[in-house]
Write a protein that binds this ligand. Structure first.
Ligand code: CP
Length: 353
């Protein structure tokens, strides 16, 4: 059984195969209308969502399958104190595949340890959001025709923006990709993402707080929302929330072939006057999410094999995860696992005790 916990669970060849299936679904939707008849997708959303949950629902329905689940923790027995693991054990009994979103980092790994059906990470805290990255990769492939050699600007909340972390992980595997990381100092990309995917052994990158200065060199500008829900201080959010606002005039120096992307929802970071620019691809990007999630569901339901990336951690008496957003600190009965000095659940460096 295979899962999709982070984007590196799939090889670049598997990603290319998913993109090809999604392209075929877009061209020939009728061929796919009945292929999941009798199958059930469980959607466990412990956090709000519009695009991810509804595009998964639409994807399974478009394949002829059915969907059950909840869209907030308050309407599940989690509100009575049930653990993530017990919730997933139960929903495994009622469905053939599960997509889950949870505010705690590492929740899908805890789920995959007990599930008897494939687990899809639909976003875990500020950590990863691999199915958004599938959507992003399909969009980039359809708009740019390639991944290699692209200069990708990511702008906004790079600290908490899980879509950015997954996109960097994915794109760092392609030759000649260069990142321009555009953020206020307070919201720079976390070290654990840089250490794993950028710099020596990873791809080239620069950091700046100057959006307008960076725009002319970009092939892709990936705007992100400042993630209010992850801030511990409302005053800090208020101070940083309008750090970047892309508008038509800022695009005047951009390449005519630039692709403006955004995982959505947007708040203020892209002015509506950009929406009718031919380089604005964010709404189409969100629409592509349905097709790549159809391809993903088909792949995971059809693919045998073992997902062994999660078995690599070991328990340790001398390490502790210090990330307050990691599920391993709050879930009863969870095995605390470490690999290479990092917490297996959230990828952050663990502290020696
Ligand atoms: N991009 C994204 O994850 O959107 P939702 O939060 O609406 O699912």
């Amino acid at each position: 059984m295979r899962n999709l916990i982070d984007i590196l669970d799939f090889s670049t060849e598997e990603l290319q195969a998913l993109i090809s299936v999604a392209d075929d679904i877009i061209e020939n939707p009728d061929r796919y209308r009945e292929v999941c008849r009798g199958k059930i997708l469980g959607t466990l959303f412990f956090e709000p969502s519009t695009r991810t949950r509804l595009s998964f629902t639409s994807a399974m329905m478009s394949l002829g399958g059915q969907v059950l689940g909840f869209d907030n923790a308050g309407s599940s027995s989690v509100s009575k104190g049930e653990t993530v693991a017990d919730t997933v054990r139960m929903v495994s009994a009622y469905s053939d595949i599960i997509a889950m979103r949870h505010p705690k980092e590492g929740a899908p790994i805890a789920a995959s340890a007990v599930a008897t059906v494939p687990i899809i990470n639909a976003g875990d805290g500020g950590h990863f959001h691999p199915t958004q990255t599938l959507t992003d990769l399909l969009t980039i492939h359809r708009k740019c025709g390639r991944f290699e050699g692209l200069t990708v600007g990511v702008c906004g909340d790079l600290k908490y923006g899980r879509t950015v972390h997954s996109l960097i992980a994915a794109m760092s595997r392609y030759e000649g990709v260069r990142f321009v990381l555009i953020s206020p100092d307070e919201l720079r990309l976390p070290d654990y993402v840089k250490e794993q995917f950028l710099g020596s052994g990873g791809c080239e990158y620069t950091e700046t707080c100057d959006l307008e200065g960076a725009i002319p060199e970009l092939d892709i500008l990936y705007m992100t929302r400042i993630q209010r829900e992850r801030f511990s201080s409302e005053a800090e959010y208020e101070r940083l929330k309008d750090s970047y606002i892309l508008n038509k005039s800022k695009l005047s120096e951009a390449k005519p072939t630039l692709s403006v992307m955004h995982p959505l929802p947007r708040v203020n970071e892209i002015d509506v006057d950009v929406d009718d620019d031919p380089r604005a691809h964010y709404f189409e990007q969100a629409a592509f999410g349905r097709y790549i999630r159809m391809a993903l569901i088909l792949f995971l339901l059809d693919t045998k094999g073992v997902d062994d990336r999660r078995q690599r951690g070991e328990e340790s008496d001398s390490l502790v995860c210090e990330n307050p957003h990691c599920l391993s600190l709050s879930e009863r009965g969870i095995k605390k696992l470490f690999s290479g000095g990092r917490c297996v659940y959230c990828d952050q460096r663990a502290r020696k005790i």
